[in-house]
Design a protein. Structure first.
Lengths: 331, 331
């Protein structure tokens, strides 16, 4: 079977040369574990951080070993009491056509009306990220003006739609005019393309009275502009900074930061979704409702074929994806 | 009587030319008001912000009009029911030898064992700032490593001593070696002079395992270094940025800010003491106790004479003060 390994550590933006496709033996099934034939892989910006050889909240990938990410597959053999052959399981898997993982690390997906891969997106980690960031970190309240950057991405698209569903006024930014049109179809009150308009100019015109909450997926100029537009006692939620994940030099911070944060009594807070698994149940319940009543429309960009995994991942940094970027293993 | 007005708006660091000394009529006493002969004025870094013609949390001073700040004086005549001749009152006063203010805006100071001017410092606004910043914004807990910048100043000196009194390990920075020696006399566990050692180098050596709370009075390089040293789930309290108050160009933000704030789930929060007057009572009670039992030693730098007000104020930005900078009106 095939496996994709980290061939070399990327310097700056990852390239195809950083990845290697290997033929390896199918792993052996041992006690307590299950053998899974992979159907879906999630590619996520945070994986870029794990490709650097630096200590972070997750350990780095090793050179020559499989990369791993969220995935879904079907159980072809099980030596775990919890899980049986034929189950669809969600977990963290090596980039291989088959993987063996402990039964205890996997979630058996219910047979439901939603496609399984939603559990890698709107009903999965990106969905919980949007939910926790907006409500728990951002203290979002009905009637607030929310600005979300990278709004056409997996998390941003959900942040905006949830905030709309809960009575917010939502402004989004995206990297292309086509994405901006899509944001308006999804119900965003306003949206702009940051390739054509700076966040500073956009916020001055779209939110002349300021914003109440900034949900940051981008960092850089976006954060600087948002800090200047935030109203007194408001919040910037730092979730991602896709522009800086492949930085090779120190990334400048937002100018005039301290003065603005003090005089407006701002709170700027970072978070990581894995600290918030206690919110999983209420999130799934609410998100399922929003999906079924149409309040949240799920956008996906599906790339076909196992060997496309590196290309799909690299595409995240070019903004190739509308909504959640997924790889279907067998097309 | 004499009055000190804002002659022109400072560009960068204020100079003597920005201030004017005028002879004016003593103000007339009208109903509800009291006439106060001034004894003490507080000079504070935040006044620099009010000298710019920009909207902030307090309106700017007008050109040709009296500057005003915290002060203490003795009531020489009263048309307020609340206040009687001879009372010592604390309030916000124009820089004049006499001022008339509404009785309702003044606090009558108790006759006590502490010098009256403590109510402009350790028992006043700077004290409450230290208290609220450490406990309410910073969520300080016993056993934590606290780093406070500008630690020999009015607020910083109290932050460090309170944190020590409550079981913290305290590191302070100051602008001269003499101040560093004073911090050690005050019980700081470690201190460094940022004129001789960068905050980054200092924290690497004094707090190799990181810090739990950063109390920022300085901004700039200090904030950047602190962000890198903060441990996961910890807090940076932004209270002041004396280095940037007279900036004439955009002040660069802390480099690599977003990545650190997200991966370490940091909270960075600004505050202004005037939002926290509900904490006044518990603060006064605790601080009085710390002063009387010696846990907090009050440092003051007293400049003599009404006409020295501009020079005392300008001296704040040269770091002339150890502890609270005060002007005694009549020497």
């Amino acid at each position: 079977m095939r496996s994709i390994v980290l061939e070399s550590r990327p310097y700056g933006i990852p390239t195809a040369e950083n990845f290697g496709l290997r033929e390896i033996e199918r792993p052996e099934l041992t006690d307590g574990n299950v053998l899974v034939r992979m159907e879906w892989f999630s590619v996520d910006p945070y994986l870029r951080g794990r490709m650097n050889d630096v200590k972070s909240y997750v350990p780095p990938f090793a050179i020559g070993e499989s990369i791993s990410s969220g995935g879904i597959g079907v159980v072809v053999a099980s030596k775990s009491e919890r899980i049986k052959e034929g189950d669809r399981v969600l977990g963290h898997f090596r980039w291989q056509e088959f993987d063996v993982q402990p039964g205890g690390s996997l979630t058996v997906l219910p047979v439901s009306e939603v496609p399984y891969q939603y559990y890698l997106g709107a009903l999965g980690m990106p969905g919980l990220t949007a939910y926790v960031g907006l409500f728990d970190i951002g203290s979002f309240q009905e009637g607030q003006v929310v600005f979300v950057s990278g709004a056409a991405g997996a998390v941003g698209s959900l942040v905006g739609q949830i905030a709309k569903a809960k009575g917010g006024y939502v402004i989004g930014s995206a990297g292309t005019e086509a994405k901006v049109r899509r944001l308006k179809e999804l119900g965003f009150d306003a949206a702009f393309c940051y390739a054509n308009l700076s966040p500073r100019q956009a916020l001055d015109s779209l939110a002349p009275d300021g914003i109440d909450l900034y949900f940051d997926n981008v960092g850089g100029e976006h954060l600087e502009a948002a800090i200047q537009s935030l109203r007194p006692f408001s919040v910037a939620v730092l979730c991602g900074s896709i522009a800086s994940y492949h930085a090779t030099e120190p990334v400048p911070g937002p100018a005039n930061f301290t003065g603005a944060v003090i005089s407006k009594r701002l709170r700027v807070q970072g978070f990581i979704v894995s600290d918030h698994s206690d919110r999983q149940d209420s999130f799934r319940l609410e998100m399922s409702k929003w999906i079924s009543n149409g309040a949240v429309v799920v956008d996906e960009t599906i790339v076909e074929g196992f060997s496309s995994l590196p290309e799909a991942f690299i595409g995240l940094f070019r903004g190739d994806n509308l909504g959640k970027m997924l790889v279907r293993v067998e097309s």
